[in-house]
Design a protein around this ligand. Structure first.
Ligand SMILES: CC(C)(COP(=O)(O)OP(=O)(O)OC[C@H]1O[C@@H](n2cnc3c(N)ncnc32)[C@H](O)[C@@H]1OP(=O)(O)O)[C@@H](O)C(=O)NCCC(=O)NCCS
Length: 183
């Protein structure tokens, strides 16, 4: 089962991430998480996390099942961050491959696990897989109001390449287009 606040609810507040405000003897729960390929057995837990977050695409279960098929077109690379002890899913990332481009379709980290470098770990694990699959750049679109994601993508080196006016619905909003060359 996925607990959206599984790492530590208090740390979803960036002020609480200050090392001076945390117990130095406590193990960082994020260290208990490992990144691995998503499998069909993860879909329920991935869906549970995705559906709890309005910012990520709400794919139906069949879309994940299809995406994980070896012969899927486009081919996709999907990773999860899993708690080594409980098997809970703390985050995931999905990218579609259309070489020389890859599209980062979804990346999410459970609320209580944020600002611990998990999103970065997911993308850092994804990028070489995309590069190995002949992708030379990663593109994405993100809601203009999703300031956390925009800051996150910028921290990874993504640059804004344009906008798409009124691209999203519910609510209607512009998309920011971003790209990152893969070394
Ligand atoms: C975007 C998201 C995946 C980032 O995950 P994360 O694990 O918190 O990110 P990281 O801890 O790896 O952050 C890496 C860097 O990104 C930047 N960053 C991440 N979240 C940020 C925020 N809320 N505000 C400002 N900068 C932020 C920072 O530079 C951060 O480094 P720092 O913590 O050392 O300052 C997470 O906020 C999330 O799941 N959001 C909801 C889903 C979503 O919007 N997904 C994107 C659209 S599909």
């Amino acid at each position: 089962m996925t607990d959206p606040d599984m790492c530590d609810p208090a740390t979803s507040d960036p002020a609480m991430s200050d090392p001076a405000m945390t117990d130095p003897d406590m193990t960082d729960p994020a260290a208990e998480l490992r990144i691995r390929p998503m499998t069909p057995a993860d879909i329920d837990r991935v869906l549970q996390l995705a559906l709890s977050l309005p910012q990520v695409p709400h794919w139906p279960p069949t879309a994940y099942t299809s995406a994980l098929q070896p012969g899927a077109i486009p081919r996709r690379i999907a990773l999860v961050a899993e708690d080594r002890n409980t098997g809970a899913v703390a985050g995931f990332a999905v990218a579609g491959l259309l070489p020389p481009q890859a599209e980062l379709e979804s990346i999410a980290v459970a609320g209580g696990c944020r600002r611990r470098g998990l999103g970065r770990r997911l993308f850092t694990a994804l990028a070489p897989e995309l590069r190995s699959a002949q992708a030379e750049e990663v593109v994405l679109e993100v809601r203009a109001s999703n300031h956390a994601a925009l800051a996150f993508y910028r921290s990874l080196g993504f640059l804004q390449t344009g906008t798409r006016s009124r691209y999203y619905v519910d609510p209607v909003e512009d998309a920011v287009l971003m790209t990152l060359p893969l070394k």
